[in-house]
Ligand binder design. Sequence first.
Ligand SMILES: C[S@@+](CC[C@H](N)C(=O)[O-])C[C@H]1O[C@@H](n2cnc3c(N)ncnc32)[C@H](O)[C@@H]1O
Length: 545
Amino acid sequence: MNAGERRLVSFAAALVGDAAKLSVAEIKLTAHARPVDSHLIAHARAEILAGKDLLGTEFCSLRSAKQRRQRGATYTPSPIVDAMVVWAHAEIPTPARVLDPGAGSGRFLVAAARRFPDAELIAVDVDPLATLMLRANATVHGFADRLSVHLVDYRQFTLPAITRPTLFIGNPPYVRHHNIGEQWKTWFSDTASRLGFTASKLAGLHIHFFLKTRELAQPGDYGAFITAAEWLDVNYGSLVRRMLADGLGGTAVHIIDPKAQPFADALTTGAITCFRVGNQPSEITMRSVSSLGDLAPLGRGRTVARHELATAPKWSVFVRERTHAPAGFIELGELFRVHRGQVTGGNDVWIDNDAARDIPKQYKPFTVTRARELLAAGAELTSNKGLHRVIDLPADLDAFDVDERKAVQRFLAWAKRHGAHEGYIATHRRAWWSVGLRAPAPILCTYMARRPPAFVRNQVKARHINIAHGLYPREPLSDAALAAVLVYLRRHMSTTGGRTYAGGLVKFEPKELERILIPRLEDIHGYLAQNETAPAALDGSGAGI
Ligand SMILES: C[S@@+](CC[C@H](N)C(=O)[O-])C[C@H]1O[C@@H](n2cnc3c(N)ncnc32)[C@H](O)[C@@H]1O
């Protein structure tokens, strides 16, 4: 334990005082505690009573964002906590219990303790330092005697059923599926199917928390969770969408613009989801806000009928300000499918290296493997120079003659020694050795940068991995048409329409690119001739959420 953490533990332990209720893991932590000057403790107590999460804030500065990300520990800003607790109070003012799954330092429970003076408060978390901070806050705020702390994975948590309502409230940890163990993915799909839903193994931990809540909750319970918003649109989010439309009883979704920083250390779009369990809602309220000041009250929004939600493949469309295409313009997606390049599952193995030197060249096509290769190319990629080759073997190795096969086997033995057959991607493709690059796309583009996407004509038929998207014409297009679309995109593309991520990165998902507006093909040459220099960007389709 470093000096900063020891100091934090020392303060928390001193504020808790009574060690009788601590779990074994918390006691182990407090063994590192040092005595703290009583004046400093008195000062800390006063600050906490004044409404500051002194310990939680210290925790967030001691552990880097990267360290906290492993457990999805991003603590919630107070305007969000307050808006959610006020909403809950307006829904049902006297819940019997308030449960925060992933309670952290207790920001939600501190606010709930004040709003619901008679409720039992339940905290679940896997981090003993978090629960120690929570206990310290509870002691200072005077609700330690009605708080129970469970140092356990929420997915293993059990909750006795009672007749009065339980409020589920909090910020479930955001951990991507790559960092979720196979046993939990199995738990997820088993639990989903037991409850009558189908589940994707690509779901992150926050989706597991929704499912667990659905499993624990009884009709009459209610809740609000703040999460990243991507479940509104992506495939693995369909489980949450279906649960909200059926059983988990969604009542409202509020989308928070990334610029409002709903999560302190990530520029991510947030979504507050409110639900009344057992409800089969006839409609859900949806709304988007651009600042945290606009958040409360959570009762506002546009109503969307259940049947609309049930049939919509994406929910963000219901909050998007639709900019209708001006006359003469169409969405890029009418002409092109946009596909992200293939993930190799291990660039050290699959991007050319000595071990693959004897593999026939036709199985090692030149490939764009770094965004900077496209940025450096300008409007056209006219040479393979500087591009790497990616080893792209067929799933069926019978295609090789005897000598080639020996070379392939040597390479695969080497790849295995480097664990290439074990990763998530490798174990989920048809054959672990077959990367499966997409066909060459006539136009390639970058999609994640602090600048607009760079569109490049792929004259050398290079393949691309997942650092680029490829634009594939739905119907054959002439060279002149491709060239005109390219010129238009290069001139008029801005960063609007993408999603903003940590540090101001702007990312365009394939579907977002497909929503960019471009002149109809029959007008595009005329348009370009009349607008030699770039006027205001016309990509503002309001794409993204
Ligand atoms: C996003 S933080 C929220 C903390 C606090 N509720 C707040 O909003 O400020 C998520 C919390 O979940 C905890 N956590 C992560 N995985 C968990 C799991 N499987 N079960 C229970 N808690 C978990 C983390 O330790 C972290 O404290």
